[in-house]
Each structure stands twice: as C-alpha cells, then as structure tokens.
Design a protein around this ligand. Structure first.
Ligand SMILES: [Zn+2]
Ligand SMILES: [Zn+2]
Length: 307
C-alpha cells in the first residue's frame, strides 16, 4: 500500500462510524441503564464539533508528516517487509513513540498549546475523546516517527499504527467501565488509568501518558493508579469555562503570544514562554505542575501509591 493509497482510502469514514456507534452506546448506557458517567449536551456537542471539524484540517496537514516520512524512506538502514510480525513490533515501538510525544506535549508549552484542547473539558466521556487540537502536525513531535522509518518500517504502516492507537485510546474515555481485569490493568492503558491522566487533582498531574500500553509509564516512573478515595476532578488546572470553539482551540497560543511580547524580557525569557513547561513565568508569579505538586507535598514525576 502506498501513501497515496492510504490517503485515498476511507479510513476516516470507518473511524467516524466506529466513534459515533460507541458514543451512541455510551449515551444509551448512561441515560437508559444508569451506567456511571455524564454527557452534558453542550459539552458533548463541542467535543463532537471539534473532532468532526478537525478531520479535514488534520487530514490536509497530515501531508506534512507523510511527506517527511516519505522523504526519509530512501535512507532506511534496512527495509522490513509488511507482515503481521513486523506490524506488531511497529505498533509497540510506535506506542513508545506516542508516550514520548505525549510526555513532551505536557511538559513543553508549544506542544501543550495543541494538546490542552483535549484536556479542556471538565467532563469525561467518549465525546471528550473527540476534543482534539487541530495543529498536531505543526508541533514538531510528529518527527518522532522518523526513527521508526529509518530502522526499516514502512511509512504507511507507521502511520496506520498511529491511527489505530488513537482509535484504541478513544475507547478509554468513559466512566461506564470501572476497572478491567487485573492483568489488563497491569499491561494496558485502561479507562481507569486514563481518568487519572485527565484529572487536575495535584496527585494525578503529569501521570499516565500511555497510549495503548501502560508499561511505558510503569517503566519511566510516571504511573499513578486511580485511587477511589480521591475521585478525579477533570479539566485544566485553570479551566476555560467556555463552550466557544475558537477560544478552546486558540487560548494557549494567545497566551503564549501575550507573554512573548511583554516588555523588558530577555530573548531567553521569551523563548522560555514558548518552550518551557506550562505555568513557567519569568517572575515566578505562576505555578507549573511541579510547583503545584510540591505545594501539595507531592514529589514531581514520582509514583503516588494508592492508600
Ligand atoms: Zn494528555
Ligand atoms: Zn484523553
């Protein structure tokens, strides 16, 4: 399969059918069968709108990433065949690539400006999964896919693994599922693990960056289990309190622009306002997530054990 064949294929249409079928099931489960969860209409509408409208924008800008991957393909060390075995290895390595991208997305304000859209809802349901930033192909972190192509994987297979990973992650955004079997919770990212990721409680900040496999968080010290005595409070540290799509998509970029043009800053300070962790300020007047955790008596980037 060539890159152009992937673009021509109906992958977007199949994804949309899959997403909306599951969303309908979740709404019925909550409204008719009193499953755990909430789907307020305004919030869900904004999520769906953000997701549906992001499709053509992300689709067009995906040419940037696909073009770069096609350009590096001639420099592959070896060329691996497209088989079930190489697909599985590619998926696992791409999942590690996603973990790295996601961790950077929370620790670098330039990438956070794109990713904060996904965290801007104070709800947690399948519609929230559709709240995605429109600028992911401009953040630079899509370049993390280059090593996968250079070590021999087909660019289309690498791209497909990313799409599949995103589809699996969609299903995590629900409160209707409490806990999965113990072995599943040990290996895979689950609704419980991802609820922690969407929470703004100090103990849950900067945790569980996983895509499909939670093993990366366990390996790299960013895993925090959901604690029943501390229910997740969803949303941003400072919530936007708006259903304005333009504000949700642009608020952090506007914040960066305002900060960068302040008078009296050094060039390095201006760069820090773009690339340092969210919440950094030249005069210490704001709090990063590390500051918030420290103020709550929690060590940054450390495991918080369930009580
Ligand atoms: Zn995130
Ligand atoms: Zn999410």
């Amino acid at each position: 399969m060539t890159i152009s064949a992937l673009i021509r294929s109906n992958i977007g249409l199949y994804s949309a059918i899959f997403f909306f079928t599951l969303l309908a099931i979740e709404i019925i489960a909550i409204k008719r069968f009193h499953a755990r969860g909430r789907i307020p209409a305004k919030d869900a509408t904004l999520g769906v709108l953000t997701g549906v409208l992001s499709d053509p924008v992300n689709g067009l800008s995906a040419f940037i990433t696909l073009g770069i991957l096609a350009m590096v393909q001639p420099f592959q060390i070896i060329t691996l065949p497209v088989t079930l075995a190489t697909f599985v290895v590619c998926f696992v390595l791409d999942d590690l690539r996603f973990y790295c991208h996601h961790r950077v997305a929370h620790r670098c304000r330039w990438v956070w400006a794109m990713h904060s859209v996904h965290h801007s809802s104070q709800e947690y349901n399948l519609a929230v999964a559709l709240r995605q930033g429109w600028t992911k192909h401009f953040t630079g972190t899509m370049l993390f896919k280059i090593p996968l192509v250079l070590i021999g994987f087909d660019p289309v297979m690498v791209t497909f693994c990313g799409v599949l990973n995103a589809s699996i992650q969609f299903m995590l955004h629900t409160e209707t599922i409490d806990r999965m079997p113990r072995w599943v919770e040990a290996i895979f990212n689950t609704p419980s693990h991802h609820r922690v990721h969407h929470a703004s409680n100090p103990r849950y900040l900067d945790a569980n960056y996983a895509g499909t496999l939670i093993i990366w968080d366990r390996l790299f010290g960013s895993f925090v289990p959901e604690d029943r005595s501390h229910p997740p409070v969803y949303g941003l540290v400072k919530n936007l309190n708006t259903f304005n799509l333009f504000t949700v998509l642009t608020h952090e970029y506007i914040g960066i622009a305002r900060d960068v043009v302040q008078r009296g800053l050094s060039p390095v300070q201006r760069l820090f306002y773009i690339f340092a962790p969210p919440g950094w300020s030249h005069d210490g007047s704001r709090q990063t997530t590390a500051d918030i955790k420290a103020a709550a008596g929690l060590a940054s980037d450390s495991v918080v054990l369930a009580e």
